[in-house]
Design a protein around this ligand. Structure first.
Ligand SMILES: [Fe+2]
Length: 389
């Protein structure tokens, strides 16, 4: 018997030039005229955020700017943003940026209305309530946060990453314009793109998956595997950028109503401890976790092998998995993903801490194969032993 629920109430406008429709889409979605734009210093410097703000000013929007978003976004910034939102009488947030800007904006929208700290919600100490209206303009293809109900925030004081998850955090509006992603540097394109693939694979295979998530994940895998090397090599290739933005959107719709799993649990431990960019942290663990999971779930991973197009329908399951692992390794190599041991600040001496954080992650029980501290330790040892991907 199949039984499942699927939710996604986000209004989506996708396509080259979609950013031009932002003012009318905000109006149609019921946003007020006092918006807080949440972005990061890099996008301010690149001029993208300024362009969007200028466009909104011309259409009568009063903008409060919050532009200090950091990678692995901080609870302290969310609290400062919420305070600014209240004192400036804003009535909605607009994130312009990648996952960090979107997760910060979502959390600000919640805290501004209901107070408390991000951890209080994530730890179940405070009840969620309706957030202020949330709109997202993603500028990278990776996170899928523009359609998900979660936000991952790092506690500044402890470096612990906490995940806020509730329907009230799901954006009301997402404007996806592939043209906004053409200036993303190649190494960021690669890392965020691998994050999107991991969303599709983990959303498709995890214990919380269901048919609608699997349908989105199945389509996302092929799109991302095909388009990412082209977007990496030729940043201005608008077709590849479009496929990547579509792939990351579909991957968001996949895992957003299922879960992520062991790759993310290890990646979030790394991000919390060392500020490793989220996509890069996922990329270094993808292959060893696939190997660990595929041993116990052969048919499921043979499906993944075919959907990622590393194997064909004619390959028997064990052959398909061999092709998945070798094909994925070559694909990651093409994207110049560095090995774990070469990442800044990462130390093997911290293995106990990384394992402890991964085990404590709320998504650990969702991994398709049971995993405990010993399982994570084995994966971590294997990953540290690799000198080149
Ligand atoms: Fe992710």
């Amino acid at each position: 018997m199949t039984s499942f629920q699927y939710m996604c109430g986000t209004q989506i406008d996708f396509g080259v030039g979609a950013i031009e429709r932002l003012p009318e889409q905000l109006q149609a979605a019921g946003f007020g005229r006092k918006l807080m734009v949440v972005t990061d210093p890099g996008l301010m410097e690149a001029g993208i955020a300024k362009q969007v703000i200028h466009h909104l000013n011309l259409h009568g929007y009063a903008i409060t700017l919050f532009h200090q978003v950091q990678p692995n976004p901080r609870d302290t910034d969310c609290l400062a943003g919420a305070e600014q939102f209240r004192t400036r009488w804003c009535d909605g947030v607009l994130a312009v940026g990648g996952g960090s800007a979107m997760d910060t904006a979502k959390t600000i929208a919640l805290l501004a209305r209901h107070g408390g700290t991000p951890s209080a919600y994530a730890d179940g100490e405070r009840a969620y309530g309706e957030a202020a209206p949330i709109a997202c303009v993603p500028t990278t293809a990776g996170t899928g946060s523009e359609v998900t109900r979660s936000a991952v925030i790092t506690e500044d004081a402890t470096h612990r990453k906490v995940t806020l998850k509730h329907e009230w955090l799901r954006p009301n509006l997402a404007i996806l314009d592939p043209a906004l992603t053409t200036t993303v540097p190649p190494h960021v394109t690669a890392a965020t793109g691998v994050d999107a693939l991991v969303h599709a694979i983990e959303g498709y295979t995890c214990k919380k998956t269901q048919p609608i998530s699997q349908a989105f994940g199945a389509r996302a895998m092929g799109l991302i595997v095909r388009a990412l090397p082209t977007a990496y090599r030729n940043p201005a290739d608008i077709d590849a950028r479009q496929d990547m933005l579509l792939g990351s959107l579909l991957a968001g719709l996949c895992f957003g109503s299922a879960d992520v799993a062991a790759v993310h649990c290890l990646a979030e431990a790394l991000g919390g401890l060392y500020d490793t960019p989220h996509g890069l942290a996922n990329a270094v663990f993808l292959l060893p976790v696939l190997r660990y999971n595929a041993q116990a779930h052969v048919d499921l991973h043979a499906e993944v092998a075919r959907l990622t197009e590393f194997a064909t329908e004619d390959d028997p399951p064990t052959k398909a998995i061999e092709k998945l692992l070798s094909g994925m390794q070559a694909w990651l190599h093409e994207l110049d993903i560095p090995p774990l041991s070469s990442l800044p600040r990462v130390s093997r001496d911290d293995s106990d801490k990384i394992v402890e954080l991964a085990v404590a992650n709320n998504s650990t029980p969702s991994n398709v194969r049971e995993i405990d501290a010993d399982g994570y330790r084995a994966i971590l040892d294997e990953t540290f032993a690799v000198n080149a991907i």
